[in-house]
Design a protein around this ligand. Structure first.
Ligand SMILES: Nc1ncnc2c1ncn2[C@@H]1O[C@H](COP(=O)(O)OP(=O)(O)OP(=O)(O)O)[C@@H](O)[C@H]1O
Ligand SMILES: [Mg+2]
Length: 219
């Protein structure tokens, strides 16, 4: 699915930081890949490259043979909207929207009409075990439940790729296990490519493959 060739990303602020240094990597379709490494090593930067959220300074990122680093802004926006679901450590739910409205937000960029959005959001919340919680605000849900809403928001558009950046990092052990079990179950059921950044060796151990990124280098 993914072929990264000599991907380098530098950030220029007061000084130049090389977040990724000449990284080449293949990720087969449907793989569950865990990404580990030191703090500041470049893991989140790698996910941004994979999600088309930012462009590398040099090198190419190909998805099914098509280079997304030279794609137009509109093609990249379409790629992000249809093909990529993202789950963050901090859940990133909109606090003033209900669970169902947060999930529906994943369908707005696709132009899905309101009635169908609501139906699909309810189905997605059912799939993550949150039936009956559709009209709850994030503040009325536990951390694990909030992350389930975020997973439903990522999955509702049936993307081919899920990128998860320490999705269990803010959860206690019991909720971490619950959220991991859910992500794995959905990965097995739906067959998307799953790239997950994690500091947790027990979480990483459940992946099909692990890579380590240290100071921008792939080990
Ligand atoms: N927008 C930015 N501007 C400047 N520097 C950045 C930016 N984003 C990341 N960096 C730098 O790039 C390097 C890699 O950052 P990145 O967030 O990818 O690390 P990480 O492996 O995800 O770390 P962590 O485990 O702490 O989340 C760090 O040195 C960071 O300070
Ligand atoms: Mg990070």
């Amino acid at each position: 699915m993914y072929t990264l060739t000599n991907v380098t990303k530098t950030y220029r602020t007061s000084r130049t930081v090389t977040a990724l240094d000449n990284v080449s990597l293949e990720i087969p379709d449907g793989q569950f890949l865990a990404v580990r490494g030191n703090t500041g090593g470049g893991k989140s930067t790698l996910l941004q490259m994979l999600g088309g959220l930012d462009r590398p300074t040099s090198g190419t990122v190909a998805v099914d043979g098509k280079d997304i680093t030279t794609a137009s802004e509109s093609a990249l926006t379409r790629f992000r909207a249809t093909d990529v679901g993202i789950v963050f450590q901090g859940f990133n739910l909109v606090s003033t929207l209900t669970a169902a409205q947060n999930v529906e937000a994943g369908l707005v960029p696709l132009g899905v009409k309101a009635g169908e959005r609501r139906e699909r959001a309810i189905d997605a919340l059912r799939d993550v075990g949150l039936s009956g919680r559709e009209d709850h605000l994030p503040s009325e849900l536990s951390g694990g439940q909030q992350q389930r809403v975020a997973i439903a928001r990522a999955l509702v558009k049936q993307p081919r790729i899920i990128l998860a950046d320490e999705p269990t990092g803010n959860l206690d052990e019991a909720m971490r296990d619950e959220v991991m079990a859910l992500l794995e179950k959905e990965w097995e059921r739906l067959g998307f490519t799953l790239v997950m950044v994690t500091h947790d060796s027990s979480v990483a151990g459940r992946a099909e493959r692990q890579i380590r990124i240290t100071s921008g280098h792939l080990a």
